[in-house]
Ligand binder design. Sequence first.
Ligand SMILES: Nc1ncnc2c1ncn2[C@@H]1O[C@H](COP(=O)(O)OP(=O)(O)O)[C@@H](O)[C@H]1O
Ligand SMILES: Nc1ccn([C@@H]2O[C@H](COP(=O)(O)OP(=O)(O)O)[C@@H](O)[C@H]2O)c(=O)n1
Length: 209
Amino acid sequence: MIIAIDGPAASGKGTIARRLAALYGLPHLDTGLLYRATAAALIGADRDLYDESAAVAAARGLGLTDFDEVVLRSREMGEAASIVAAMPGVRHALLEAQRAFAARPGGAVLDGRDIGTVVCPRADVKIFVTASAAARAQRRALELAQRGERADYAAILADIQKRDARDSERTAAPLRPAEDAVRLDTTPLGVEAAVAEAARIVESARVRA
Ligand SMILES: Nc1ncnc2c1ncn2[C@@H]1O[C@H](COP(=O)(O)OP(=O)(O)O)[C@@H](O)[C@H]1O
Ligand SMILES: Nc1ccn([C@@H]2O[C@H](COP(=O)(O)OP(=O)(O)O)[C@@H](O)[C@H]2O)c(=O)n1
C-alpha cells in the first residue's frame, strides 16, 4: 500500500505520515528533507541558492539517509529549501529516488507537497493535510522553541505564509491537492485525533480497493 500525504508547512503531515507508517509497518520518507538537504549542501559549499546547475548537482549527490535533521529542520533551511524546490531541474533530479522508495515491496508512506500529484499519482491513499496559518505558526513556534531555536511567532507566521505562496505559485509541481485526495483539516484536532482521522481515511480507502 502506498500512502501519499501532502500539505503546507507545519500542517502535521510528517507527524501523520510517521504514525501511519508505524501503524501499517511501512517505511516512511519525509521528502521535504531532500529539498532541505539540497539547500544545505549549497549553503555548505558557499554557493548561491539561485544557481540552478549547482542546485541540480547537489540534488544528484544526495543519498536518502545522510540527513542531519537538527540542521535541516531549522527555519532558515525551510526557506532555502523552497527556493531550490521551485527549480524543475532539482525536482527532476530527486524524482526517481522518491519513486524507487515508493515502489518497495509492501509499499511506503511518503509526505511532501507533490506526492499525490507527481511522485505517486497512483497511490492507494492520498491525504491532503491542512490547518489554519495561525495554528501552523503556533505549532512550529512550539517545535522550534523545544529545540532551543529562537521562535518569534510573528516571524514564523510570515515565513510560513511566504513559503506557502512560493510553493503554491511555482510552475514545477506546485502545492495543490490531487483531485482524488481526501482533505484533512487538523486545525481543531490534537495529534491523536488527527492521526485517528487519517487512519480512518486509510481504512475506508482499503475497503474500497
Ligand atoms: N494536530 C496537531 N495538533 C497540535 N500539534 C501538532 C499537530 N500535528 C502536528 N503537530 C506538531 O506541529 C509541529 C509540526 O508538525 P509536523 O508533523 O512536523 O508538520 P509538517 O510535516 O506538516 O511540517 C510538530 O511539532 C508536531 O508535533
Ligand atoms: N515533496 C516536496 C517536499 C518539500 N518541498 C519543498 O521543501 C520545503 C520544505 O519542506 P518540508 O516538508 O520539510 O517543510 P515543512 O512542511 O516541514 O515546514 C517546502 O516548503 C517545499 O518548497 C517540495 O517542494 N516538495
